[in-house]
Write a protein that binds this ligand. Structure first.
Ligand code: ADP
Ligand code: MG
Length: 261
């Protein structure tokens, strides 16, 4: 069974340590949610996993079925079975999605009819208009169209593990449903393991997490079942945001207590 194992991962941006020791183990078909306040390091985690330039790994390891990913360039991480749906998908003028998938080292379809068939079938599955397949990648697309585009790439590439960074941002209710259904189906059809980053439990109502982890200032401060996401929706992150342990409550002295008791 496939596994993605993150241990003791520490990373810096511009000399500032953002990830301060992240441990997480994801098995095939599992959905792990990472939630946390703005600036906690969630996107940094996704970028470090995929090997985006500009992030300095200070320590730890990330293995996919025993292969150390941190030693590999991004394309080889993709080849090894890791996929990232970006929070802010990049616009690439002049390059269509079909060109990207044609050239991708991560698909086994190569170019030609089989890839085209697969692309059209997957587009239909998530209600993605075929006209977008030949348009320049993400250029002039709405937020929701970009996220469907990311999902389409995920579905065609069929990775073993996917990191979904705020896949729900910019999606209307129908798109959210289609996209999360498609991803959920992949966990059953191909055993896709998922690390889903989100602020809202709404996505997690559709894409049911096995585990929920709360990231605050570069560390997981709590982990639990799906009920943790629900709890956060109600209470916010306030209870988890204190770095310092709360000072012990002052001992109350009762002036009327019996001194001999
Ligand atoms: P989240 O996704 O949890 O909202 P991020 O991972 O985007 O948080 O950011 C975590 C922290 O790292 C923030 O303080 C942010 O300003 C900083 N950071 C992230 N990327 C960069 C970057 N490329 N350059 C400088 N600082 C960055
Ligand atoms: Mg982010």
């Amino acid at each position: 069974m496939s596994s993605l194992i993150i241990s003791g991962l520490r990373a810096a941006v511009d000399g500032n340590e953002i990830l301060k020791g992240v441990d997480l183990e994801i098995g095939a078909g599992e959905v792990h949610a990472v939630m946390g306040p703005n600036g906690a390091g969630k996107s940094t985690l996704s970028h470090v996993l995929m090997g985006r330039p500009g992030y300095e790994v200070l320590g730890g390891s990330v293995t996919l079925d025993g292969v150390e990913l941190l030693d590999l360039p991004t394309w080889q991480r993709a080849r090894a079975g890791l996929f990232l749906a970006m929070q802010y998908p990049t616009e690439v003028p002049g390059v269509a999605l079909s060109d990207v998938l044609d050239a991708s080292a991560a698909t086994d379809f190569g170019s030609g009819d089989e890839l085209d068939r697969r692309l059209l079938a997957e587009a239909d599955r998530i209600g993605f208009d075929h006209q977008f397949l030949d348009r320049p990648l993400n250029v002039d697309m709405s937020g929701g169209e970009k996220k469907r585009n990311e999902t389409l790439q995920l579905a065609v590439m069929a990775p073993r593990f996917a990191v979904l960074d705020e896949l729900d941002s910019g999606l209307d209710v129908d798109a959210m449903h289609q996209v999360s259904q498609r991803v959920e189906a992949a966990t059953e059809e191909t055993g896709l393991g998922i690390l889903v980053i989100t602020h809202y439990s709404r996505l997690l109502d559709e894409l049911k997490p096995d585990r929920v982890h709360i990231l605050v200032r570069g560390r997981f401060v709590a982990s639990g079942g799906p009920e943790l996401a629900q709890e956060l929706e109600e209470t916010g992150y306030g209870a988890y945001q204190d770095d310092e342990p709360a000072p012990p409550a002052a001992t109350a002295t009762d002036p009327f207590a019996d001194p001999l008791a």
